[in-house]
Design a binder for this molecule. Structure first.
Ligand code: NDP
Ligand code: KPL
Length: 338
């Protein structure tokens, strides 16, 4: 379906949307489409290939929902004059460079749904700490080759203040997103939740690539479950070294796993594996989707940075570091084959 008019923007109204979304991959498309459907002004900041797809077919979301909307795109981000909210939803690779042309735009508030804990620093560097919120997406999707965004899990997109506490702006942003159909909540402890999710990501991500399997399969394997438990506890130690509290309200009960014995922590991983097997048997980490599609992995900006940070903090993370090196090697070998 070809929409009636071209979407590249010149008018000042269209350059000043309520939501500007950087990256129209799985999560960016899911969010953008829902917000447009709910009547909000949205602009997708994209590169040319995706711009072409969106100009021709709009944003199409399938899976948990099935609808299509038209949305303006901007391929030159420096044309954005202002936006109430900037959502960063591109992969972590190249984010600092992608934020560069947005530095002069008037951004009310910015947050990133990217994985990892170092993404907030990049936003703070670009826009100043006051305008940055923390966030994490316990939301899953996959951008298919035909441009459709497959929406597979709608659990919670959390947003909160980096300094803690529940602010009116976090409540307003999340209630807008939630009312549009993507479950979202304002949380008072986003930094704790980001580190807790990162403790999980630092194990699930490399293991998804090493095993190339659906998430439940490696979580339910008793040997691999021990690796997951050890990584979670190592990243937990990093958080503790920075006086960051951990939370059980994550994809694994990270706080408890760091406090109890290793055997108990392993049992938690096996339980999570069982839940994935029954509730989401097809679930594959976004990292595995990337690897299978030959896209770069978000390894350096997430686990690579953690390895360097751990050295700075004097915290030993040998299992996480070994997985990081394994996946770095796997990625290099895969690149050489092509
Ligand atoms: N997918 C998921 O289920 C989840 C993902 N996340 C995290 O969310 C983030 C986004 O992931 P996901 O939605 O899967 O990503 P996708 O791989 O589906 O899409 C990323 C998009 O970003 C675009 N992009 C890359 N660089 C730029 C740039 N400079 N300017 C504009 N667009 C750019 C890519 O465009 P192009 O087509 O031009 O390459 C691509 O369309 C990641 O950090 C991921 O770890 C978190 C939770 C769940
Ligand atoms: C939350 C989860 C596990 C969703 O798939 C994710 O972060 C990812 O796949 O990268």
């Amino acid at each position: 379906m070809q929409f009636k008019y071209a979407h590249d923007m010149t008018s000042s109204v269209e350059n000043s949307p309520k939501f500007a979304i950087l990256g129209a991959g799985a999560l960016g498309s899911i969010l953008g489409a829902h917000l447009v459907r709910a009547g909000h002004s949205v602009v997708m900041l994209v590169r040319e290939r995706r711009a072409q797809q969106i100009r021709e077919g709009g944003l199409r979301v399938k899976g948990l929902v099935d609808f299509q909307v038209e949305v303006p795109v901007l391929t030159d981000a420096s044309q954005l004059r202002k936006a109430d909210v900037l959502v960063v939803a591109m992969k972590t690779t190249g984010t600092a460079a992608a934020l560069q042309p947005l530095r002069n735009a008037r951004i009310g508030a910015a947050f990133s749904v990217q994985n990892g804990v170092f993404k907030d620093d990049e936003l703070v560097d670009a826009f100043g700490r006051d305008r940055v919120l923390g966030s994490l997406a316990n939301t899953s999707g996959e951008l298919l080759a035909n441009g459709d965004a497959l929406f597979t899990r709608n659990v919670d997109l959390q947003v909160g203040e980096l300094n803690g506490g529940l602010s009116p702006r976090a409540k307003e942003i999340t209630s807008t997103i939630d009312a549009a159909g993507v479950r979202s909540t304002a949380v008072p402890d986003i930094v704790s939740l980001e580190w807790s999710k990162f403790a999980v990501w630092a194990s699930y991500m490399p293991l998804s690539v090493a095993t190339r399997s659906a998430t439940w399969k490696y979580l339910l394997d008793p040997d691999i479950a021990i690796i997951v438990a050890r990584v979670v506890r190592e990243i937990g130690a990093m958080a503790r070294a920075q006086s960051i509290a951990l939370s059980d309200d994550s994809m694994l009960p990270v706080k408890s796993m760091c406090e109890e014995t290793e055997d108990q922590a392993v049992r938690r991983v096996l339980q999570a594996g069982e839940t994935f097997r029954t509730k989401a048997p097809e679930h594959r980490m976004s990292s595995l989707q990337d690897f299978n599609a030959g896209r770069p992995l978000e390894l350096e900006d997430t686990i690579g940075r953690a390895v360097r940070k751990a050295a700075e903090l004097g915290v030993a993370i040998p299992v996480a570091e070994s997985l990081y090196r394994l996946v770095r090697g796997i990625e290099k070998i895969a690149e050489k084959k092509e």
